[in-house]
Design a protein. Structure first.
Length: 117
């Protein structure tokens, strides 16, 4: 089992920046991919960015060039640096740890990001 604790959300004006953090504990050896998802009001939860065990990254098209996912292996922490924020980035952001078909997936509690225009 993996436990995830997120931090770093908040209220920011359009054009501003925020950095989200997600610290994993427990059976972290089983994690294959860590990702950030978001869920806006009345919308489904969608992938924003992900980073694999080998360090490969991928991004949802609307955040490419604005968001950066990174990790600190020593701290078991994944970050999402969000720059040039837009009102449409407003959502609850969730950290996810994908542990493969055997162990499944773990979610953080979510952190609210609100971008004002």
């Amino acid at each position: 089992q993996v436990q995830l604790v997120e931090s770093g959300g908040g209220l920011v004006q359009a054009g501003g920046s925020l950095r989200l953090s997600c610290t994993a504990s427990g059976s972290i050896f089983s994690i294959n991919v860590m990702g950030w998802y978001r869920q806006g009001p009345g919308k489904q939860r969608d992938l924003v960015a992900a980073i694999t065990r080998t360090g490969s990254t991928n991004y949802e098209n609307s955040v490419k060039g604005r968001f950066t996912i990174s990790r600190d292996i020593a701290k078991n922490t994944v970050y999402l640096q969000m720059d040039s924020l837009k009102p449409e980035d407003t959502a609850v952001y969730y950290c996810n740890a994908n542990q493969g078909p055997l162990f499944g997936s773990s979610w953080g509690q979510g952190t609210q990001v609100t971008v004002s225009s």
